[in-house]
Design a protein around this ligand. Structure first.
Ligand code: ADP
Ligand code: MG
Length: 323
């Protein structure tokens, strides 16, 4: 093998991830810029996320899992806007040049890129503490993007998949939550291979009034919808979708706390008028993703939680805060 220069590194580990080719990408890796053409009927949706080792993922994790998680987390923002993934750029900072690490990283990235139909079109490679910055781009029909501000009083609140698994997984990996052997793989998968809900987002244009992806914690993220929509939200915690694995491996109270305040689930939370329930049930069956109604939009502000009997529940924390 030739000694690895920056250029051959890019050739060997990144250049092939330009597949799947996108009709919107005219020029990908290899020049000073990439070039894209977006049809007049569409808007370009863009989002950028940085993941720092030991803050946003364990540095010693398998490189292919780090890559898969990084791309899923980034694509989740496109899903939340109802956009279709097109292309992404990757700025990677690495402390050393390890070919086995790069090979595994490249493999994981390729797999996730194929899964989401998104092509790597450029990036930057530098030496430094392990850090990944992904800039994703998608397209959405003009004026149809799902935003955080459209919820109105009387709308129902829905969430995809299940909540709390990723937070439980992190607690497990940090030795704070014992998990039965049979469920360990499930939790690791929920943390490292979250499913960005692209198909759900793409189907919500005529249904949802507001949407967000659950990255910082359900209550915190629903709070963003409430604030941007100038409304309040009431969540019936007995309705929250909690996986059988989480129920089996944590106390009811602990599971509820993960579901309400734990981050990293990358499910979609959205609001819709009550007459869309039937359509949502159909959609859920069609794409095989659970969609659960968990509450109601009300006049006022903030997010309140109630139990089955309608009694208010006071939360000690309202989601992960970075600072
Ligand atoms: P420049 O010095 O002009 O910024 P670089 O040497 O940084 O160019 O990059 C050369 C080409 O390789 C560019 O097209 C750039 O987008 C791409 N590239 C660099 N690093 C990565 C990476 N980690 N992943 C994907 N593409 C990359
Ligand atoms: Mg550069």
């Amino acid at each position: 093998m030739m000694p690895l220069t920056e250029f051959s590194l890019i050739e060997r580990y990144f250049a092939s991830i330009t597949q799947p080719a996108s009709p919107y990408v005219d020029l990908a890796i290899g020049d000073d810029c990439c070039l894209l053409s977006i049809p007049d009927t569409m808007q370009l949706a863009q989002s950028i996320d940085t993941l720092n080792a030991n803050i946003h993922f364990p540095a010693e994790a398998n490189a292919d899992l780090i890559a898969q998680r990084a791309l899923a987390v980034s694509v989740s923002d496109l899903a939340a806007m109802g956009a279709s993934p097109v292309a992404f750029s990757l700025a990677i900072s690495m402390p050393e040049l390890s070919e086995p690490w790069l090979a595994a990283f490249s493999r994981g990235l390729q797999q996730a890129a194929r899964h989401y139909g998104i092509a790597l079109i450029g990036g930057d490679t530098t030496k430094g503490p392990l850090s990944l910055t992904l800039h994703v781009q998608g397209v959405v029909a003009k004026g149809r993007a799902l935003q955080r501000h459209g919820a109105s009083v009387g709308d129902c609140i829905f969430v995809t998949g299940s909540l709390g698994d990723a937070a439980a997984a992190l607690a497990f990996m940090q030795g704070q939550l014992p998990v039965a052997k049979s469920a360990q793989q499930f939790f690791k998968q929920r943390y490292y291979q979250p499913s960005a809900r692209v198909a759900v987002g793409q189907s919500l244009h005529d249904i949802a009034t507001a949407a967000i992806d659950v990255s910082d914690g359900f209550i915190a993220d629903l709070g963003h919808i409430a604030r941007r929509s100038a409304v309040g939200a009431v969540v019936d915690v007995s309705l929250l979708p909690v996986s059988a694995e989480l129920q089996a491996n944590a106390s009811a109270e602990q599971a509820l706390s993960y579901a309400l305040s734990g981050g990293d689930d990358y499910e979609l939370c959205f609001t819709a008028p009550s007459d869309k329930r039937a359509q949502l049930l159909e959609l859920s069956e069609l794409i095989d993703v659970a969609i659960t109604e968990v509450g109601t939009i009300v006049a006022g502000e903030g997010v309140r939680c109630i139990d089955e009997q309608g009694r208010e529940i006071i939360l000690s924390e309202s989601g992960y805060q970075h600072f």
